[in-house]
Design a protein around this ligand. Structure first.
Ligand code: NDP
Ligand code: AKG
Length: 488
């Protein structure tokens, strides 16, 4: 039975104050490890609420943009310190709200802190170049200006890291922001915003509004007061966001799906490859856009690799991510669980062989949650749905090949191109893979997941809008270049 007692209601954060939505309606965010537990209630905001939020962000932008980068950076350093002091609470909320294990949630929150400090430092770095003019008495240089108000639309799978890796660069380069987090992780996002509140950024610089994707997400996309949208989420919604923003001439950046392969060559260190396949594919219950989902293995080592993999996957402890010793939590929501189960059914129908898992876990401790067994298929061919579509669940598809050429053909035979790994000890194979793999991140002897905050992140093909986030690449989206010509 669901009880409402002691459950906090989270408000929108607008112009420096927490306020209710005009609808007076709230939506519950529930714990996917125990659907009877409500983690918090969130505002069901309306288009009118959104207008107020955008107005606040717009009004604050000029003064914020005029601060020096160092001044803006000093605010981000404060936010980082506050978030670090609240790491335990934020991480625990994340685990309760979207299911990833507590150590992963702590790691992600620490990463959020590090991203804030990285971009705080960016406030002191160069933003332009001096370019020689053909006129010898003139000075020509580039400068960067903020876009204005940036709409930040984020998913539930990295409820701290993704909002921060979008908000921190937006802010350091002088934009103000409106964050609309995914409903399934909005309590965690509210706790992140509370760190910005505590750091006393000027009113209106950071704003937070919850509500449905179709009303508030789409409302941001269509809003004339929003100068740029940065989005991470599904392929379908991402394309809709891009088209909507383009239609009114604003700027957009999309990070969408992946169908990431790992190639295991005949000369691979198989123990390393097994460990990385499990970590890359099943950590966070497979809910990473960089998760390994296709495991392309050379026929000469296939049987040994398979046996080692199955032996280790069988040992995975699934359960509530708050409990010590649990390696894999639940799917983040009932709808995500049903999506994963329907892909597993599709895999069976289309002729793949189910080697392990494949079921919802309904035993005592897991009965009220959205748990699914770690699942391994073999005899998967590239035309099958489970070899083509992003599952976002703990499902590995084994595919047998006879050469690196064949492995690369299979690996590239998808619409996505986010991340890819190879396990090999042969330098020539490494170089061929680096050259011929169509992915924004190519990783050698390392799992497909794992992003470093100081390096560009983004995909090829339909994984992104061909832009890059994080590191210094972020400046390209969050600013416009101004070319200045000064005649002496
Ligand atoms: N690449 C990645 O990192 C991610 C990929 N995914 C993929 O997407 C699938 C579905 O996940 P889901 O969370 O539903 O992803 P969505 O793309 O639906 O959601 C991402 C964000 O967009 C918002 N949104 C929804 N509809 C609109 C709209 N019309 N206009 C603007 N914003 C909108 C959502 O709000 P709200 O939460 O209120 O719906 C959420 O904040 C997963 O199974 C997975 O395959 C999901 C998450 C991350
Ligand atoms: O692998 C990571 O750390 C980041 C993945 C990511 O951006 C995502 O899943 O949305």
């Amino acid at each position: 039975m669901v009880t409402k007692t002691d459950v906090e209601t989270y408000l929108n954060f607008v112009n420096g104050s927490w306020i209710s939505a005009s609808s007076s309606e709230v939506a519950a965010s529930i714990n996917p490890a125990n659907q009877n537990e409500i983690v918090g209630y969130l505002q069901k905001s309306t288009k009118e609420d959104l207008d107020t939020v955008v107005e606040a962000a717009k009004a604050a932008q000029k003064a914020w943009g005029k601060l020096s980068g160092a001044e803006r950076g000093s605010y981000l350093y404060k936010v980082a310190d506050i978030m670090e002091s609240r790491l335990e609470d934020i991480a625990e909320t994340m685990t309760r709200e979207m299911g990833k294990t507590l150590p992963e949630a702590k790691g992600e929150t620490a990463r959020g802190v590090a991203i804030l400090r990285y971009y705080a430092g960016e406030g002191m770095r160069k933003v332009g170049d001096v370019i020689p003019s053909t006129d010898s008495s003139a000075l020509m240089f580039t400068s960067r200006v903020p876009l204005g108000v940036v709409g930040v639309i984020t998913p539930w799978n990295f409820p701290v890291a993704i909002p921060i890796w979008k908000m921190a660069p937006a802010l350091i380069y002088g934009n103000t922001i409106v964050l609309k987090p995914a409903q399934e992780a909005a309590v965690t996002a509210a706790k992140v915003i509370a760190c910005f509140e505590e750091a006393k950024l000027p009113n209106g610089v950071v704003n937070f509004i919850t509500g449905s994707g179709s009303v508030i997400g789409q409302g941001l996309v269509d809003h004339p007061g929003i100068n740029g949208i940065t989005f991470t989420g599904s392929d379908t919604v991402g394309k809709q966001v891009g088209q909507g923003v383009l239609a009114r001439g604003a700027k957009y950046q999309l990070e969408m799906g992946g169908k990431n392969p790992v190639i295991v060559a005949e000369d691979a260190d198989l123990d390393l490859a097994v460990e990385a396949t499990i970590s890359g594919g099943l950590r966070s219950t497979g809910q990473k856009c960089t998760a390994t989902s296709r495991v392309i293995v050379h026929s000469s080592v296939y049987d040994t690799f398979k046996e080692k993999l199955l032996n280790q996957v069988k040992e995975i402890k699934v359960g509530n991510g708050l409990e010590e010793g649990v390696w894999m939590g639940p799917s983040a929501s009932e709808s995500q669980l049903n999506t994963v189960l329907s892909y597993i059914e599709k895999g069976k129908e289309e002729g793949a062989t189910l080697l392990l898992g494949g079921n919802r876990i309904l035993d005592q401790e897991c009965a009220n949650g959205f748990f699914v067994e770690p699942t391994v298929f073999e005899n998967v061919t590239t035309d099958m749905t489970i070899a083509q579509e992003e599952i976002f669940g703990p499902v590995l598809a084994l595919m047998k090949v006879d050469s690196l050429d064949e492995a690369l053909t299979v690996a590239n035979d998808v619409n996505y191109g986010l991340s890819a790994s190879i396990f090999t000890t042969n330098i020539q194979k490494m170089l061929t893979f680096i050259n011929d793999m169509d992915a924004g991140l190519v990783r050698i002897n390392a799992e497909s997941a794992g992003v470093e905050l100081q390096a560009p992140f983004g995909g090829m093909k339909q994984s992104s809008s061909h832009s890059r986030e994080q590191g210094q690449a972020a400046i390209e989206f969050f600013t416009s270049i101004k070319t200045v010509f000064v005649k002496g």
